[in-house]
Ligand binder design. Structure first.
Ligand SMILES: Cc1cc2nc3c(=O)[nH]c(=O)nc-3n(C[C@H](O)[C@H](O)[C@H](O)COP(=O)(O)OP(=O)(O)OC[C@H]3O[C@@H](n4cnc5c(N)ncnc54)[C@H](O)[C@@H]3O)c2cc1C
Length: 456
C-alpha cells in the first residue's frame, strides 16, 4: 500500500488461492489463521532469555505436553533445526534485551503509522470490528508485577486493574475474577480488528489503484549466475528485469530465500485458534491472557463478528515449534487444542462454540497457522540489486526480502511498508540495519548439530 501510494505500479503474486475461497490449510499465516489480529506495542516480542540471572531457555526442546514449545518428535529434528534452536538459546541476555528494545522501537513506529492510516484512510477500518484498548490479564501475581513494570518502562501502561475492577468493568469476566482465576491486569494501548475483513478492504483499495493480484501463482525459484548475482525468477507471471521485487513469503519461503543471507533463518512456530459465542454479558474489550506455567501460556482473545454478523470471541494461542517441516506431531497439536479449550473454560465458564455461520470459513472446531520465527526474535530485512542485460550486465531493480516477525507480523506491517518504500527510494530506514539478516551470525554456519539434551 505504501508503494502504491507513492505511485509504483504493483503486481502481486501469491501461491495461495484468493482469500476466502479455499480451506484454511491452503493459506499462509495471515489467512490460514482466524479473522483476528491485535496491535500492541509488545505484540512482536523478544523470546530469548533477557534475564541476567536466567538460565538457558529450554522451551524449544521440551514438548508442548511438558509445557514446552516443541511440536515435533525430538528424533525427527534435522541438524539445521538443532542448530537453529541452539542459536536461539545462545543469544546472551544483554543482547536479547538490546534486540527486544529494537523490536519495540519498530513497533512504536508501526503504532504511529497505524494511527496515521486510520486518519488518512478511514474506509479501510470500517466494518472490521475495530476495537480500541487492550486488557491484559494475569493469573500469577509475580508475572503481573513484572508485566506492569515492563509496560510502564516502555510507556505502554494506561492503568492497573484489580480482580474486583475486572469483575465490575467487564461482566463477561466476572465469574472468572470472582472464582480467583485472575490476579489482576493492566490496560494497554492497542487495537484489534477482523484481519480478513481488513485485508479484503485493503485488496479492493489496491485494485482501485491499479494493482494486479495473481493468486495460485507460486514463485518456484530464484535464478542466479555463477557469481551468485540474481538474474531472474521462476514464475508464471513474467517479472520485468527493471522491476523491484519484494518477497514476503512467511515460513514457506525456502525457494525465494535461497542464496540470500536469510536462507535457513526462518522456522515455523504454530499457534491454534478456537471460537466461542460472545453471549450476554458480552465481552467488549479484547484481551491478552497470561497463564504462567500453562500449556498455552499466552492467548489473544479478540472481539469479532462471524460472517452472519453474530458476535463471537476468537481465541488465538499456543506455541508449537515445527522448524522447517509443515506438519506438527498430532499429540502436541492436541495438547495445544486442549490448552486453548481450558483457557476458554477458565475465563468463560459454560460458554459454547458458535452456531455454524453461512460463511464456511467460520466453521471449524480448531485450526492452526504457522508464524515465521527467527532464532534471534528479530525480523529479517535484506536488499540486493538485481542484474539485467546478458552482454553488458548492469543493475536492475532491487530484490528485497522481509519476514520472520514472530507474534507481530500484522502489528509491525506499516513499519515494514515504510522500510520497503525507503529502499526503493534510495533512503535509509532503521529496519535496514536492525533486521539485517547478518546482524547475528548464521546459525547453520556457526553451530554443529547437537545431541537432544539441553546444553550445559
Ligand atoms: C495464533 C496466532 C495469533 C497471532 N496473533 C497476532 C496478532 O494478534 N498480531 C500480530 O501482529 N500477529 C499475530 N500473529 C502473527 C502473524 O499472524 C504473523 O506474523 C503474520 O501473519 C505473518 O505474515 P507474513 O505476511 O509474514 O506471512 P504469511 O501470512 O504466511 O504470508 C506469506 C504469503 O506468501 C505466500 N508465499 C509463500 N511462498 C511463496 C512463493 N514461493 N511464491 C508465491 N507466494 C508465496 C503464501 O501463500 C502467503 O500468502 C499471530 C499468529 C498466530 C499463529
Amino acid at each position: 500500500m505504501y508503494l502504491a501510494d507513492a505511485g509504483y505500479r504493483l503486481t502481486l503474486v501469491d501461491r495461495s488461492p484468493a482469500p476466502g475461497t479455499a480451506q484454511w490449510w491452503t493459506y499462509g499465516c495471515t489467512h490460514g489463521g482466524d479473522d483476528a489480529r491485535m496491535f500492541t506495542f509488545t505484540e512482536m516480542d523478544g523470546y530469548n532469555n533477557t534475564d541476567f540471572h536466567g538460565g538457558v531457555p529450554t522451551w524449544f526442546r521440551r514438548p508442548v505436553t511438558d509445557c514446552g514449545w516443541l511440536a515435533r518428535e525430538p528424533w525427527s529434528l534435522t541438524p539445521q533445526e538443532h542448530a537453529w534452536i541452539q542459536a536461539f538459546e545462545s543469544v546472551p541476555s544483554w543482547l536479547a534485551r538490546a534486540y527486544t528494545a529494537d523490536v519495540f522501537a519498530l513497533s512504536a513506529e508501526a503504532g504511529r503509522e497505524w494511527s496515521a492510516l486510520r486518519a488518512r484512510l478511514p474506509h479501510l477500518f470500517e466494518d472490521v470490528v475495530l476495537t480500541d484498548g487492550i486488557l491484559r490479564v494475569y493469573t500469577d501475581p509475580d508475572h503481573l508485577r513484572a508485566a506492569t513494570a515492563r509496560h510502564r518502562s516502555i510507556g505502554a501502561l494506561l492503568g492497573e486493574v484489580t480482580p474486583a475492577d475486572i469483575a465490575r468493568d467487564h461482566p463477561a469476566l466476572a465469574r472468572a475474577a470472582g472464582a480467583g482465576a485472575l490476579a489482576g491486569g493492566v490496560l494497554v494501548p492497542g487495537f484489534t480488528l477482523n484481519v480478513h475483513r481488513f485485508t479484503e478492504r485493503l485488496v479492493a483499495h489496491l485494485v482501485d489503484r491499479g494493482a494486479r493480484f495473481h493468486w495460485r501463482t507460486p514463485v518456484t525459484g530464484v535464478r542466479r549466475d555463477a557469481h551468485g548475482a540474481l538474474v531472474g525468477f521462476d514464475c508464471a507471471v513474467p517479472v520485468p528485469e527493471h522491476a523491484h521485487v519484494i518477497a514476503s513469503p512467511g515460513v514457506a519461503g525456502a525457494a525465494l530465500l535461497r542464496g540470500t543471507p536469510c536462507e535457513g533463518r526462518v522456522h515455523g512456530v504454530l499457534g491454534g485458534w478456537m471460537r466461542v459465542d460472545n453471549r450476554d454479558p458480552a465481552l467488549r474489550t479484547s484481551l491478552k491472557v497470561a497463564r504462567r506455567g500453562h500449556v498455552t501460556e499466552d492467548a489473544n482473545i479478540t472481539v469479532a463478528r462471524d460472517g452472519d454478523g453474530r458476535s463471537v470471541l476468537i481465541v488465538g494461542s499456543g506455541y508449537g515449534y515445527i522448524g522447517t517441516s509443515d506438519s506438527p506431531d498430532e499429540r502436541q497439536l492436541a495438547a495445544i487444542r486442549a490448552g486453548i479449550a481450558n483457557t476458554i473454560s477458565q475465563l468463560f465458564p459454560g460458554s459454547a462454540a458458535p452456531a455454524p455461520s453461512s460463511r464456511t470459513h467460520d466453521n471449524y472446531a480448531f485450526k492452526y497457522c504457522v508464524r515465521p520465527w527467527t532464532a534471534t526474535s528479530l525480523g529479517l530485512y535484506h536488499v540486493e540489486p538485481r542484474q539485467m542485460g546478458r552482454t553488458a550486465p548492469h543493475q536492475g531493480g532491487l530484490f528485497i526480502v522481509t519476514g520472520g516477525h514472530n507474534t507481530g507480523g500484522f502489528a509491525q506491517s506499516p513499519a515494514i511498508g515504510r522500510a520497503v518504500l525507503a529502499s526503493v527510494c534510495g533512503t535509509s530506514h532503521p529496519m535496514h540495519t536492525l533486521y539485517h539478516p547478518e546482524r547475528h551470525p548464521a546459525p547453520a554456519a556457526r553451530f554443529a548439530p547437537l545431541s537432544l539434551s539441553s546444553p550445559a
